[in-house]
Write a protein that binds this ligand. Structure first.
Ligand code: NAD
Length: 293
């Protein structure tokens, strides 16, 4: 299958490489030359622009930072809805506002395109291993059309509901993750202040009722786990600014619906303070250091 992959960052690059490994012809584009070079080195076909990558693609996948990047890619006179072939299936895997996601999908539909939202969970390790969870919103037949490709990048493919539902699930999930990371960091810090070995503390809590995804797979305390960002200077992984964006999506969504998310609000403020202190590009587990302040 001819696939255009747009946005070859921490997540997009390994996802695109899994499609290449599965035998698909993947033409990719990223604004950053370093990412394009890495894609080329792994046998991807680099393009000079998003519209060049998409020109004869049967499926177009985007994996961009935020809502505004997705709007800029698809909408407007030079956006993909104006330049790509309407027979192409559009799959947006970025984490963006459910409202924006629905609006872009509606604009796509008006131009004859089928579009689904398919944000992911599982981090860069899941992207590399092809074990991501996809949370998909859109028409059932479009989800089935996408499924064979999504299965090359992920292990769990869930159809959450109508257009935008994938983003709604993702926003709820990441609000919980952001809170969990702060809570786990705080508990580890308290144990360390009591003289506990963080590895012993983590091992016991992992088998107790405080057990959670952060403790099991993404420990924020340096040296407790190998191959996680905390043991690599908090480089790579899922950026503080991306988590801040997701908590902003959650609190904005809650405010639109007059829903109450006090822990989400507090977490957003804490990640914001951490970002303002110059840590925006570090992995989000670096909030472990905020708990020390
Ligand atoms: P990233 O910043 O590493 O990558 C985004 C890439 O998009 C960058 O390389 C950037 O140059 C490129 N880009 C921006 N605008 C572009 C455009 N118009 N055309 C082509 N390329 C463009 O971010 P990431 O970590 O890969 O995350 C991507 C999305 O996935 C975000 O929405 C994030 O919230 C979500 N996400 C990330 C993780 C994670 O662990 N990193 C996990 C789940 C979901």
């Amino acid at each position: 299958m001819k696939v255009a992959f747009l946005g070859l960052g921490n997540m997009g690059l390994p996802m695109a490489l899994n499609l290449i490994k599965a035998g698909h012809q993947v033409q990719g584009f990223d604004l950053a030359q370093t990412q394009l070079d890495a894609f080329k080195a792994a046998c991807g076909i680099p393009a000079q622009s998003a519209s060049e990558a998409a020109i004869d693609a049967e499926v177009i996948i985007s994996m961009l930072p935020a809502s505004r990047h997705v709007e800029a890619l698809y909408l407007g006179d030079s956006g993909l809805l104006a330049t790509a072939n309407p027979r192409a299936l559009l799959i947006d895997c970025s984490t963006i506002s459910p409202k924006v996601s629905q609006a872009v999908a509606a604009a796509a539909k008006a131009k004859g395109f089928a579009m689904i939202d398919a944000p992911v969970s599982g981090g860069t390790a899941g992207a590399q291993a092809g074990t991501l969870t996809f949370m998909v919103g859109g028409e059932a037949h479009d989800v089935e059309r996408a499924r064979p490709l999504l299965e090359k990048m992920g292990k769990n493919i869930f159809h959450a509901g109508a257009s935008g539902s994938g983003q709604t699930v993702k926003v709820c999930n990441n609000m919980l993750l952001g809170i969990q990371m702060l809570g786990t960091s705080e508990a580890l810090r308290l144990g360390i202040a009591n003289g506990m070995d963080p590895k012993v503390l983590s091992d016991i809590m992992t088998k107790s009722s405080g057990r959670n995804w952060v403790l099991e797979l993404y420990n924020p305390c340096p040296g407790v786990m190998e191959n996680v960002p905390s043991s690599k200077g908090y480089v790579g992984g899922f950026g503080v600014d991306l988590m801040l964006k997701d908590l902003g999506l959650a609190t904005e969504n809650a405010s639109d619906l007059e829903a109450s998310v006090p822990l989400g609000e507090l977490s957003r403020k804490l990640y914001e303070a951490h970002s303002k202190a110059g840590n925006g590009q570090l992995d989000f587990s670096s909030v472990f250091n905020l708990a020390a302040d």
